[in-house]
Design a protein around this ligand. Structure first.
Ligand SMILES: [Zn+2]
Length: 470
């Protein structure tokens, strides 16, 4: 009875919450959630791509870190116990929280993205509910007010084989650009109202200062000079051990992901561990770790330290800011019919321009790794000016052992401005031992009208013993 009375009293008082009361200080933003760094990654265990740097930032630079996982990691195998699907996602959420807690990170959020086993970023965005998750991420940026966002590099490389990783980078960039805009998701930044209080959120638009990326690309050397580099072997002055050692402890809760590795390293002596983690061919993190500079809303140099106030200013060194991708064939923009590589490459080209990120590294030539023996698709986009010819011939060149399944030959396009085409090839079945050290194969698609080329789309394809579906 007493409890009910308190409840009724609380209900009567409820409309006063958030209202100015004369003489009383107004509530300020919740400082417990203020972050210096917001890490935005796709899966539980992805944080491991940045933990050697985060350890430095947390323990020796006293930075506050918050983490957003855009999925709970329910797909993929469980190598530790028998749970799968949603139950595995429940376990992985706990593993991720424990891993973050090892570094003292307790502000950890999970979005509703579904773990999507594909290499195509657009599959992930479609399966996640792109808009709703972007809204949720913008809310977290406004709540945590990070100085810096760090995320996966949204770019396709051999080795960077997960569309979810790239999709978390896409969302991070979009949130970076939108969170400071008061007309983006305006209900989040509207003052709480007396009526219908649950709806308006009373957050403040927030523009982070800088955004950086890391990548799973097999060749990490290509990112040298694209942003500040941090030693993972340096000894933490406060923790008296190398940053990789702190990161290794933070990786150990992920037993459903790589139990054999965790058990193996757990049995090693300090000397054996040191030997393993300083051997470039076996170390879990490359030395040094480069955080690829994206862009900034404050004056900065790409190679400058992430927090120049606490870190010694780095010596300037030449930085290839412009994309060093080999230019494609010269295409006359006035050309009435044009053929090029379609999505997701076409999406990334437009995305980088729209978000002023044309400096982001991309593969010198479009590349992908697939399972040997699988069907490889080369997506194409044909743009056509009104009145232009509708006849196009698609020519495909592939190395020996490859078989063209569909998409080559003469086509009559619909009377429309954009048509998507697709060439499919059967890749050769190659025994696992022959795949080791194999170079990528080049597939070249060329469009012609009569004798004249109207564009090319090339794709370097590395055949592997296993890979996610394209
Ligand atoms: Zn992942």
């Amino acid at each position: 009875m007493k409890r009910l009375a308190i409840f009724v009293f609380a209900l009567l008082l409820a409309p006063l919450n958030g209202r100015a009361q004369e003489g009383k200080p107004l509530p300020s933003a919740d400082e417990r959630y203020k972050a210096d760094i917001l890490l935005v990654v796709a899966h539980p265990d992805d944080e491991g791509g940045a933990t050697p740097y985060l350890a430095r930032a947390i323990y020796d630079e006293h930075k506050r870190v918050a983490v957003v996982f855009t999925t709970r990691g329910g797909s993929g195998g469980n190598d530790y116990s028998r749970e799968h699907g949603p139950a595995l996602a429940d376990i992985r959420e706990q593993e991720a929280r424990q891993a973050c807690a090892t570094l003292g990170i307790t502000n950890v959020w999970f979005l509703d993205g579904k773990d999507t086993a594909s290499q195509n970023v657009l599959n992930s965005l479609a399966n996640w509910g792109h808009g709703a998750n972007l809204e949720a991420l913008v809310r977290i940026v406004r709540l945590t007010r990070p100085e810096v966002i760090i995320s996966w590099l949204p770019s396709i490389f051999i080795g960077e084989n997960h569309g979810d990783h790239q999709a978390s980078g896409v969302l991070a960039i979009e949130a970076f650009d939108l969170a400071g805009d008061p007309v983006a998701f305006p209900a989040q930044v509207a003052g709480a109202s007396k009526r219908l209080e649950p709806y308006l959120e009373n957050l403040t638009p927030w523009e982070p200062k800088k955004i950086y990326f890391f990548s799973d690309a097999s060749d990490e050397k290509q990112f040298a000079g694209k942003g500040p580099a941090y030693s993972v072997r340096e000894i933490s002055p406060s923790q008296k051990k190398p940053y990789w050692r702190i990161a290794l402890e933070a990786a150990k809760p992920h037993l459903t992901q790589f139990p054999e590795d965790i058990h193996r390293v757990s049995k090693l002596s300090d000397e054996q561990l040191e030997k393993l983690m300083t051997d470039p061919s076996h170390a879990w993190w490359s030395e040094p770790m480069t955080l690829i500079f994206g862009k900034a809303t404050v004056p900065t140099q790409p190679w400058e330290a992430i927090f120049p106030d606490v870190e010694p200013r780095q010596k300037e060194h030449p930085l290839a800011v412009e994309s060093d991708r080999v230019p494609g064939p010269v295409v006359d923009v006035a050309q009435p019919l044009r053929l090029g590589l379609g999505d997701p490459w076409n999406f990334y080209e437009k995305f980088r321009q729209a978000h002023k990120l044309t400096n982001l590294p991309t593969a010198r030539n479009p590349e992908i790794a697939v399972k040997a023996g699988s069907v490889v698709a080369v997506p194409l986009i044909v743009t056509r000016k009104p009145g232009a010819t509708r006849e196009i011939t698609v020519n495909v060149t592939a190395p020996n052992g490859w078989k063209i399944l569909s998409g080559a030959g003469k086509f009559l396009l619909p009377d429309e401005e954009i048509t998507y085409l697709r060439v499919e090839l059967q890749s050769p079945e190659i025994p696992e031992k022959e795949l080791k050290g194999r170079q990528a194969d080049s597939i070249l698609v060329n469009g012609t009208v009569g004798e004249k080329s109207v564009g090319e789309a090339g794709l370097k394809v590395l055949l592997r013993s296993s890979a996610l579906p394209q």
